[in-house]
Design a protein around this ligand. Structure first.
Ligand code: MN
Length: 287
């Protein structure tokens, strides 16, 4: 059977919103902002990048999470995390931490450096109602543990979660929303094509651009510049093309949960009552 692939077009392009969080870390928020509240199952996406320690040194001191997963991917620098269950470690350049908070953790995320460049992402991925009160779980992989798929024309893909049509499997496994998390590097003029499930939410974050997102017709092709996020429309394939300079992007996809979202700060549940319970449990030391 021969069938035409239906390339997903760029639905909207977001420049992100400059803000600060934690104890005063400067970052740009793309999801979880007034422009884009959420993209089910994704609740938040922050990008941080600075070589000025004043922008990051304050870090994210002790704070709780319940009901979802926090995913930290570092492009540069080092971040130390410690939680109230005794779990501690350092995420280094190119490393990923996929933390499922479940019923609750209290942790800190602090820069493990006093100078130099710190850059990376934090993504929040929702958990289904049945998993919101599960035991916390960590999946952590250093840069060398993340497979790099080399395609023709020196197109390289770091496969963090999910598997590609070329058979590369990312090390992050058994996540409820079956995410695909790829870091894609394209030499000038080269392209990337990959089938993705048509029912998945999908977005592209352009690290180095511009990058062309090829939609269903030439008319819908859109270019995105560096540090822009494009949400993708319907279709069963993602088709990206670099312009005259090298491009790099994240392609992140996941299965929508289609459940009610009740969020208040670091707690994301299904109902307001569950969020109030989370705040109460945290304040009474039950995390
Ligand atoms: Mn956190």
């Amino acid at each position: 059977m021969n069938r035409m692939a239906n390339d997903r077009n760029a639905l909207e392009i977001y420049p992100g919103l400059a803000t600060s969080d934690g104890a005063g870390v400067r970052l740009t928020r793309y999801i979880g902002s007034p422009q884009l509240d959420h993209l089910d199952p994704f609740l938040l996406l922050d990008f941080f990048q600075s070589d000025n320690p004043d922008d990051y040194i304050a870090g994210f001191p002790s704070h709780p999470h319940r009901g979802f997963e926090t995913v930290t991917y570092l492009l540069a620098g080092r971040v130390r995390h410690e939680d109230n269950a005794g779990h501690a470690g350092v995420i280094e350049t190119g490393g990923i931490q996929w933390m499922s908070a479940g019923r609750g953790i209290v942790h800190s995320e602090m820069p493990e450096q006093e100078a130099g460049r710190l850059a990376g992402f934090q993504l929040w991925v929702n958990l289904p109602a049945a998993k919101k009160m599960a035991a916390p779980r960590y999946q952590e992989f250093s840069s060398s543990e993340i497979p790099v798929e080399s395609r023709t024309q020196e197109v390289e893909i770091r496969v963090i979660a999910g598997h590609t049509s070329f058979g590369t499997q990312g090390p992050v496994r058994d996540v409820s929303t079956h995410p695909i998390y790829l870091d894609i590097a394209l030499p000038p003029g080269q392209s990337f094509c990959e089938p993705v499930p048509p029912d998945y939410a999908a977005f592209v974050f352009v690290i180095d651009g511009p990058l062309q997102i090829c939609g269903r017709t030439a008319k819908e092709d859109m270019l995105t510049a560096a540090r822009q996020l494009a949400t993708l429309g319907t279709g069963d394939r993602v088709h990206l093309v670099a312009e005259n300079s090298p491009a790099r992007c994240l392609l992140i996809c996941g299965q929508p949960l289609k459940e009610p979202i009740a969020r208040y700060g670091p707690f994301v549940m299904n109902t307001r009552e569950e969020v109030l319970q989370a705040a109460h449990d945290f304040q009474s030391g039950k995390f």
